[in-house]
Design a protein around this ligand. Sequence first.
Ligand SMILES: [Zn+2]
Length: 265
Amino acid sequence: MYVGTPSSSSSSSRSHELSIPDQIRALERLAQIDAELKELQERLSQERSTLDGLKSGIAKLDEKLAADRATATSMDKTRGELIQDVRNMNQQLDHSREKLSRARTEREANAAQRELEELRKLLRDREEEIGKLTAGVDGVHQQIESTEGEHRKLVDDLAAREGDINSKLGDVQKKVHDKSAERDAATKTLPPVLYRRYDMIRSKRGTAIAQTIDGTCNACHMALPPQLFHRLRREPILEQCPSCHRIIYFVAPQATVASAPSERG
Ligand SMILES: [Zn+2]
């Protein structure tokens, strides 16, 4: 699958057409820019997720506070109603005591006594409920206080860091903007067909170019068919790796040694 555009063999060579080595250099430049852009985008999303994390943490605590406050309010209301019940029962109790004191027969006295006992039992039940509710409401209030503390801490944290994060975001966004402009310029130097292929592969694989020195693709590490490797080595051409489909070209071993500082041990 031949993907290069050799200008030397073309009879109607146009002035903007690049030689294969120049196309390779342009591809490498573009790949470098894309790697830098990817890193910048990762930094952007990191900074954004820090900010989003703080904000969503605060929003969650807001929700929890609202729910707990509603619970406390409704418990307070129930407690108020029970306290009113107890007041009414105490009045009934007074009334029953009066009846008992006015009783003339044993039957009347017994009836008033039973009424008193029943009321006392109901009263005990209500008071027990009130006790439980009071403890419950206290628990909810403690919970609210501790959530308010957490909430304050997060709000302070956000206030302390938001400016810094936003300025970092602005910084990185500017870099992305500049790098994108650089990318636009770099893509224009490439033959459009080659660029479209590059971008299609990049969108699928993350990176779009690969090199071979010894007959294996250095991106997917699969061995290339010997004939393909032979062709790649014979003259500068651009092909696609049969395994990963990245645009592949041959790099002479000495070229890689020359580009890296040699280490002697
Ligand atoms: Zn490959």
